[in-house]
Design a protein around this ligand. Structure first.
Ligand code: SF4
Ligand code: SF4
Length: 410
């Protein structure tokens, strides 16, 4: 009896992750799928009746129908309708898309009128304040949007897409938009050289914001040159979770991709909570990831700093320009933290010696004119790594991930 009671208490402490299939964004299919995913989360969280909710969608850009760089407008609208129907008192979309504004993206999506009719406000993060972090992953404070603390709940609405630094961006990475823009550049400069440190910073951010309602739009995702200029890929799923890391972990398992560095770092810090999974995720197709960081540079193998720096420069992909797509707008130049880009004759020129490979230029180029080029050395190493992994999968990965069993690729 006592054992059964303790088991029931433990079970009730687990986080919840929910899945549903959805092949498109038509309301007839999307609403029931989102309902299936959202209703159990609201039940666990005690509902949203009478609450003031801040939605933090991924709104990087919106250039064409089903642009995989952002949450689909139909997805966002349907979330809002469901939260409104569940009794939310106030809903606000707040985001900081970098080179444009949240209202401009919402207008480009064509949903500004409907949002106004639903009484939903849309704004850029307006005010930031120094926010203490738990220090669990080595970060003590950062400048965060003040708004996230002035609502009853943050609803994190993410997109399933690739990311040059983190390999994938899901619910946890989506919270980076709450950091002050100039500070985001600073973080890229300070920790962008070390993807593990960057991941640790994202984990510290997640622990502080701790959104209790997280959703992922995985109906049309992105593969390849993410997060801004990859290709759409039809995945056909919607997912939700009471914890952003639990949700990311579950999605990655279904995608069957090598474990992204954000999750191996979360494993190392023991931050992935126990969770229960409900609902059905359809079988997901293999997606094309950006090239991973080379072995030894971000996955725990130590090199002397000078060797490490040299290897980084030689092995990490370089941003390169596709002159035909470039319109000379200069966004990439303004977004480059160490000023490694200069406009010459309306075309950006890269100074690779000072480039820290943060890929901000590629992320923010509105024309997708910057691509990442993998070096011959890197291709050779990747081939060797794949070969070794096939022969000694466990031993190699134990070496690369400091022997953490749960960091093995699934
Ligand atoms: S590469 Fe992209 S961001 Fe840079 S100037 Fe050309 S179009 Fe603008
Ligand atoms: S050139 Fe691009 S990748 Fe290099 S530091 Fe500047 S923004 Fe980052």
């Amino acid at each position: 009896m006592i054992l059964r009671l303790s088991r029931a208490i433990l079970d009730s402490m687990k986080e919840l992750v929910t899945f549903s299939g959805a092949s498109g964004y038509a309301a007839g299919e999307l609403r029931p799928a989102l309902e299936k995913v959202l209703a159990p989360l609201l039940e666990v969280r005690g509902g949203v009746s009478g609450k003031r909710l801040m939605l933090k969608p991924n709104l990087l850009s919106w250039r064409c129908a089903e642009d995989p760089a952002a949450v689909h407008p139909a997805f966002l609208l349907e979330c809002i309708r469901l939260l409104r129907d569940a009794g939310a008192k106030e809903l606000a979309i707040i985001e900081n898309p970098g080179m444009t504004t949240a209202p401009a993206i919402i207008r480009a999506m064509g949903i500004d009128g409907e949002l106004a009719r639903l009484g939903v406000s849309v704004a850029n993060c307006a005010d930031y304040r120094k926010t203490e972090l738990s220090g669990e992953t080595g970060f003590r404070s950062m400048e965060l949007a003040r708004e996230f603390g002035s609502f009853d709940e943050v609803v994190n609405v993410a997109k399933c897409k690739t990311h040059a630094m983190m390999s994938l961006t899901l619910a946890t990475k989506n919270l980076f938009g709450l950091v002050r823009g100039s500070e985001r550049l600073g973080w890229h400069l300070a920790v962008g050289k070390d993807f593990g440190r960057f991941a640790d910073m994202l984990l510290a951010l997640k622990l502080r914001v701790a959104p209790g309602i997280n959703l992922v739009d995985g109906i049309v995702g992105m593969e390849g040159n993410g997060p801004g200029s990859g290709d759409p890929v039809r995945l056909g799923f919607v997912a939700g979770g009471t914890d952003a890391l639990a949700l990311d972990d579950a999605v990655v398992r279904h995608l069957a991709v090598p474990r992204p560095i954000l999750l191996t770092r979360a494993d190392a810090h023991g931050l992935i909570p126990e969770y229960e999974e409900r609902g059905e995720c359809p079988p997901l197709p293999a997606i094309r990831l950006p090239d991973p960081p080379p072995p030894g540079l971000a996955w725990g193998v130590w090199f002397p700093p000078l060797v490490r720096e040299l290897l980084r420069k030689k092995l990490l992909p370089r941003p390169v320009l596709n002159e035909q797509d470039c319109v000379g707008c200069g966004v990439c130049v303004r977004m480059c933290p160490p000023h490694s880009l200069q406009l010459q004759g309306r075309r950006p020129r890269f100074h690779y010696d000072s480039c820290i490979r943060c890929f901000c230029c590629q992320e923010h180029c509105p024309k997708g004119a910057i691509h990442l080029r993998t070096s011959g050395w890197m291709r050779l190493l990747t081939g060797a790594e794949k070969f070794l992994r096939r022969i000694f999968p466990n031993r190699l990965y134990a070496l690369l991930t400091s022997g953490k069993k749960n960091a093995l690729p699934r």
